[in-house]
Write a protein that binds this ligand. Sequence first.
Ligand code: EPZ
Length: 422
Amino acid sequence: MDYLQINGGRKLGGNVIISGAKNAALPIIAATILSDKDVTLTNLPNVVDIRTLLKLLTMLGGKVEHEGTTAKINNGSITSTKAVYEIVSQMRASILVLGPLLARFGECEVSLPGGCAIGQRPIDLHLKALEAMGAKIEIKGGYVRAEAHEGLHGAKIIFDKITVGGTENIVMAAALAKGVTTIINAAKEPEVVQLCEMIADAGVKIEGIGTNELTIYGTDRKPLTFKPVEIIPDRIEAGTYLCAGAITGSVITLNKVDERHIRASIDKLETMGCRFDLTQDSITIYPPQKIKPVNITTIEYPGFPTDMQAQFMALTVMAKGESIIEERLFENRFMHVSELNRLGADIWLKGNIAAVKGVDKLYGADVMATDLRASSALVLAALVAEGTTNVRRIYHLDRGYDDLEGKLSALGADIVRKKEVK
Ligand code: EPZ
């Protein structure tokens, strides 16, 4: 197993290119199931989750040519509609194949994803919505078995909670359903918007893109022909590098980034004393001498993203004063707290609220990554900790950050990947 060894205290500087967004690429890869023709995707991030979903497509019988940041996919040859446990257990976003498989083939089996390190993460809202569209669903042997042999039909879906994956699954299902589907309380994250635009560009009429109410006019099972899709920049990766600039007191420029998607993070960084130069596709961060504390509540887009909560917590650890962070989306997304405290942070946790008292110094230690964003928070803290920090279990990082150590090294960090000695 690999780990990252980081010697803290280095000033960073220079430019970093932001990769394509994992969370935009995953539903877009799943959406290719709605087509029986070639689809070309570019600007894919080089991360494990992308390779896992592409592997799932090949296991279903699809043809995938994947090189660098480009994949050419043809799902005209799909022969199986079963997403097996071995893949879904590696990556819960595999549930995104449920809607498109069911819509195109009228039946499918997808392993239940189960819980994960940040919370229970049920899929009840996905299933209830598909049932409203005419699917018969049973859960047996750890699998969701869904059938709609006559095809899905349009329906009015009201989500009790805003769900990104739920919205994506239903948009994909509705694209091939018979009739009109309305989704009320839909998610409007940039990743959902790009999926809707891809499907709309294939000729499916979708009203309300980028709002909380979507109306989709289905094709009645006619497969789609997609135009090539260039994946949008990863707003969470971008936010993570902004935090790297802020925590190390370094001027860093992000290239190939869309500032419109990260305004909530920029706003909080401004409150903490950072200044910015923005162009159409670049952001330069100028950090303050001393970071100011900030209060953060995670909420759906365009509010402050849960996927940036851990990284901002690392930043508040180094602020002068006390910050309060409230996590509203996932019930267990504070696993990084005890690891940050091992580095010398002073964080007090009660339920979904963390009170962070800024400290003057952190000290290197052995810490363990628990989920993707928690891992990047530990790396950020390690960049300023005195001495050596070993961040273990970094397979979480590899799932979602494209060459984190390469990009940080190029900015001047002292970070190397090592192998555990057994
Ligand atoms: C997506 O997960 C992202 N993953 C997550 O990013 C992100 O944290 C999350 O959205 C919130 O922004 C991908 O896009 C692949 P949800 P998703 O359905 O779709 C509850 C990362 O680090 N809920 O919007 O699974 C759920 O438990 C990852 O990159 C139900 O109760 O999130 C949560 O409390 C982690 N029933 C809330 O809704 C359901 O059927 C929002 O979850 C579905 C969700």
